[in-house]
Design a protein around this ligand. Structure first.
Ligand code: NAD
Length: 342
């Protein structure tokens, strides 16, 4: 990444988890002109910085994408309507409507001569038939085809990443696409229904610790496998990929696969407690197994996400613990009650 770059950089989805962390890093890297855009009202952004141009705009609308992209040198397009399995399995149409954001952002980037465009795709583009085994099949980039993506959210991602490819081939727009695999860490959603497994499990273990009720409910049979990428690796990967020669969609994920039970083991260890586990087999659980094959990223960038799950979860657990205790104090136990209802 160029230090001290005075050109305007735009981050969409800036009020969200990854967007906020990206802006935080760009600022420390010397970027002076950053425009942050999100549909949420400013007071609801995960992180907000006063030295950044913060805009609350609905990027489903073409005219707002033009306001967002005007004079931009680089665009990091991270805005999407999304969440964990509980959200994407129940909101397929809403997830697919993110195609409006991606279409309009690409068109606006072209109109305003944006030099580099980054798009955040997802491991949910991979063919479901290749994720039936519980032994965490490592998915390489070619496994997205023949297409049988995660219904709703995954199909939209696959379509939008192809649109990036064709905007490059047909119109010459510089596009870079990363397929993120489960990102977690401080500032990630940890309650409310959009949270993902690592944050949800940290929260449930904290609830058990604080309440003294040493039980945990786990979505699915517990032997589903996944890999989880710590946010700092994700941000480093975004920077590397944006400035790379990688023309095609590339995995950005950890290759340390664990079962959901192992994930719970680690969080229990961090918390210093053991819990009685019950398994909710009717809950959304996603595919059986998924891991990131990092051959391509190692070839291109000589790097792969390498923060161990233990280290990343310790930081995440501590962060969620502080949020939880702070909110419990402020709201008199409301978090505990509403979470218990789910
Ligand atoms: P997030 O939900 O925290 O952030 C996304 C942001 O986009 C939200 O703040 C939301 O308000 C905003 N947004 C939604 N609709 C919008 C609209 N119409 N106009 C403007 N802003 C809008 O999610 P995140 O984890 O930060 O994810 C960022 C990107 O990475 C998304 O594209 C997501 O699909 C992708 N991704 C994330 C993960 C992960 O594990 N977090 C995995 C794969 C892909």
């Amino acid at each position: 990444m160029t230090m001290g770059n005075y050109n305007l950089v735009v981050v969409t989805g800036a009020g969200g988890f990854i967007g906020g962390n990206l802006i935080s890093t760009l600022r420390t890297q010397g970027y002076k002109q950053i425009r942050a855009v999100d549909v949420k009202p400013l007071e609801e952004w995960c992180q907000r910085f006063d030295d950044v141009e913060n805009l609350s705009l609905d990027l489903n609308l073409g005219e707002n994408c033009e306001i967002a992209s005007k004079d931009a040198y680089e665009v990091y397009n991270l805005a999407a309507n999304m969440g964990g399995m509980g959200f994407i399995e129940r909101n397929k149409a809403l997830c697919m409507l993110s195609v409006l954001i991606n279409t309009h952002m690409l068109q606006a980037a072209l109109k305003y001569g944006v030099k580099r465009f980054f798009y955040s795709s997802s491991a949910c583009v991979y063919n479901a038939d290749k994720q039936k085994a519980f032994e965490a099949p490592s998915l390489k980039e070619a496994d997205a085809y023949p297409a049988l993506a995660e219904d709703g959210y995954g199909w939209e991602k696959l379509f939008s990443e192809r649109m990036c490819r064709h905007f490059h081939e047909d119109f010459g727009l510089y596009t870079r696409v990363a397929r993120f695999h489960n990102v977690y860490g401080p500032w990630g959603t940890w309650y409310g229904g959009r949270e993902k497994a690592p944050a949800a499990i940290c929260r449930k273990v904290i609830e058990a610790k604080v309440s003294g009720k040493h039980e945990i409910d786990i979505w699915g049979p517990g032997n589903q496998t996944r890999s989880f990428m710590f946010i700092e690796d994700c941000i480093k990967g975004i920077n590397l990929i944006m400035n790379s020669e990688v023309p095609e969609p590339i995995n950005l994920g950890s290759s340390e696969a664990v079962t959901i039970n192992q994930l719970v083991d680690i969080v229990e260890e961090i918390a210093g407690i053991k819990l009685m586990r019950t398994y909710d087999l009717s809950a959304p659980k996603g595919v059986n197994g998924r891991n990131s094959d990092n051959t391509l990223i190692k070839e291109y960038l000589n790097w792969e996400p390498n923060t161990t799950l233990r280290i990343g979860l310790e930081k995440t657990y501590r962060w969620i613990y502080d949020q939880y205790v702070g909110r419990e104090r402020a709201e008199g136990g409301v978090i505990r009650e509403s979470a218990a209802a789910r």
